[in-house]
Design a protein around this ligand. Structure first.
Ligand SMILES: C[S@@+](CC[C@H](N)C(=O)[O-])C[C@H]1O[C@@H](n2cnc3c(N)ncnc32)[C@H](O)[C@@H]1O
Length: 376
């Protein structure tokens, strides 16, 4: 009997000179014979050959006159490069600022091979980076336990999650409005029940409910009350896509090998080194009382926390990491308010126009300015 000796995905990645994420994606695509999944890790036969890289050859098929089987293989590889997008709508989502944030990506120069996003939220920047770069290591965290549970469910059991979401979609869509309300509030109650357990064990049902509620609630908003209960009412979407299986599968593939942490942003300190790009998108400092939205969790993020974050940024900046941080600009309302100019005095502050308009009764109407602060 022949015994197979295995090595880890990290060892295979080092041996073949590719990223761990690429190894995971080759394994889940069945490109490495006898590779096995153990928990959320892949193990690879020690004598496995590095598969040929066909990722960028998908448009060449006809020109090269390749055989049908090769074309088919190329088409299936094209699935690996499917673009991914956020699977939740999230307050403060960075979709609209992406093109400006992209100007800061330092991956091409400077030996930056790692990425950390300690306030990941809906992950618009994370997904953009995963779409465009094949990095060695990626770290994400958020203090919102339910959000992190959803990321882990997608990474570790996307098929199970899709089955649960498909059932909810099939049940919800045909219902009349009054029946939908009953269904929605039942699911919301069940979600809050599971949330109250405060367990960090992977919970597929809770992840599916989180996505269902996000897709069907008012404005697709996630907000909790002081007791930590999700309290957004039902929304009026006629045919929401509750189960976007294609995107979820593609996201799952890209999340293989990504470190996903439930906790405070400060835990990222040990991950960060001179080869790391860190993007911080903390809860924004409210520029007006009415504009205040910091209810991602039952914990506050006030001026004291903003200053602590600035100290943290200064500390990891000394490690040589490349850092970008977003926040609101208090000068939209009060020219004299130098809060961020003071606490980030050591860094470069750029004021950029966001797509949103100022909606207070303030004297200055027009496009709102936001801050992008960088240490380079
Ligand atoms: C502005 S949002 C991030 C939005 C995200 N960039 C996006 O595109 O969707 C801020 C996030 O920080 C999280 N958060 C708040 N306090 C935190 C803390 N101390 N440590 C880590 N995450 C925290 C919130 O749960 C929220 O998801």
């Amino acid at each position: 009997m022949k015994y197979i000796q295995y090595i880890s995905a990290k060892e295979a990645a080092d041996k073949w000179g590719i990223s761990q994420r690429r190894v995971a994606s080759l394994c889940s695509d069945g490109r490495i014979n006898f590779a096995q999944r153990v928990g959320n890790m892949w193990i690879i036969p020690a004598d496995a050959e590095k598969p040929e890289d066909g990722r960028h050859s998908r448009y060449q098929g006809e020109n090269l006159g390749v055989t049908k089987t090769q074309s088919e293989r190329i088409a299936s590889e094209a699935m690996i490069t499917e673009s991914i997008k956020p699977f939740l709508k999230w307050a403060g989502g960075k979709g609209q600022l992406l093109s400006t944030i992209q100007e800061y990506y330092p991956f091409k120069e400077n030996n930056i091979t790692r990425y950390a996003e300690p306030f990941v939220g809906g992950g618009a920047v994370l997904f953009d980076i995963l779409n465009h770069y094949d990095l060695e290591e990626v770290y994400i965290s958020d203090i919102n336990a339910e959000l992190i549970n959803a990321y882990k469910a997608i990474r570790d059991d996307v098929e199970g999650l899709i089955s649960l979401l498909q059932v909810m979609e099939d049940e919800y869509i045909p219902l009349k409005n009054e029946e939908r309300k009953v269904y929605f509030y039942e699911k919301r109650e069940r979600f809050n029940e599971l949330k109250a357990k405060e367990s960090d064990e992977l919970d597929l049902e809770k992840a599916a409910l989180m996505i269902f509620l996000n897709k069907t609630c008012f404005n697709g908003l996630y907000r909790v009350n002081k007791k930590g209960q999700f309290n957004v009412p039902m929304g009026g979407y006629k045919r929401p896509t509750i189960c976007d299986a294609k995107n979820l599968k593609a996201v799952s593939e890209r999340l293989q090998g990504v470190t996903i942490v439930h906790g405070d942003y400060k835990q990222s300190e040990s991950f960060v080194n001179a080869s790391t790009f860190v993007y911080f998108d903390p809860p924004y400092r409210p520029i007006t009382e009415s504009a205040s939205f910091t209810a991602y969790t039952e914990y506050d993020f006030n001026d004291k926390e903003q200053k602590e974050l600035a100290n943290f940024v200064n500390a990891i900046s000394k490690k040589g990491a490349k850092i970008v941080l977003s926040n609101s600009d208090p000068k939209n309302i009060d020219e004299e308010d130098n809060f961020f100019d003071d606490i980030y005095a050591a860094h470069t502050i750029r004021r950029i126009e966001a797509a949103r308009m100022i909606n207070s009764n303030g004297n200055k109407r027009g496009k709102i300015k936001e801050l992008l602060i960088s240490n380079f």
